[in-house]
Design a protein around this ligand. Structure first.
Ligand code: 5GP
Length: 146
């Protein structure tokens, strides 16, 4: 259970510019947008990070994300956008209630990305692949609550 400012928005105690709502999902405009139309899509289930989210809420979010991306593009005229989802302080998460950013990309506006690939040895890649695949198949991959 993660009580944050987004819980208050869901309950209507704090106003927001709501663009979509159903029984499991709320979407609203970001208060400090990186570009016009920057939208937040959140599950009503109050958990901090994606790995803690129930299958039901995950499905509800997945069902509407593409539709909301299309709506943001149609409304803003953007032809490119990023979907950003931060988990944990080190990953720049500020509000500890799972959320997806839909950020339209315009010339000089939108999400800036610094992409710095690491070096990996082929043997390490194989070992890591097996380790992750085993966890994914077992469906355990227990959340550690970042
Ligand atoms: P994070 O860094 O956690 O992925 O992003 C949190 C986002 O929530 C930020 O982009 C921030 O502007 C937005 N935000 C924080 N508080 C509020 C609020 O009260 N209302 C709205 N609409 N957005 C908020």
């Amino acid at each position: 259970m993660s009580e944050t400012i987004f819980s208050k928005i869901i309950r209507g105690e704090i106003p927001c510019h709501r663009v979509y709502e159903d029984e499991a999902v709320l979407a609203f405009l970001d208060l400090n947008p990186l570009a016009s139309g920057h939208t937040l899509v959140i599950p009503k289930e109050a958990v901090a990070t994606l790995d803690q989210l129930s299958d039901e809420s995950s499905a509800a979010i997945g069902r509407v994300l593409p539709r909301l991306a299309r709506a943001v593009m149609a409304a803003t005229g953007a032809t490119a956008y990023n979907v950003l989802q931060n988990n944990g302080l080190m990953a720049h998460q500020a509000v500890f209630h799972v959320h997806f950013h839909i950020i339209p990309k315009f010339e000089g506006r939108g999400l800036g990305i610094v992409w710095q690939p690491i070096e990996v040895l082929p043997a390490d890649l194989i070992a890591l692949c097996e380790k992750i695949a085993k966890q994914a198949a077992e469906g355990t991959g227990k959340s550690h609550g970042l």
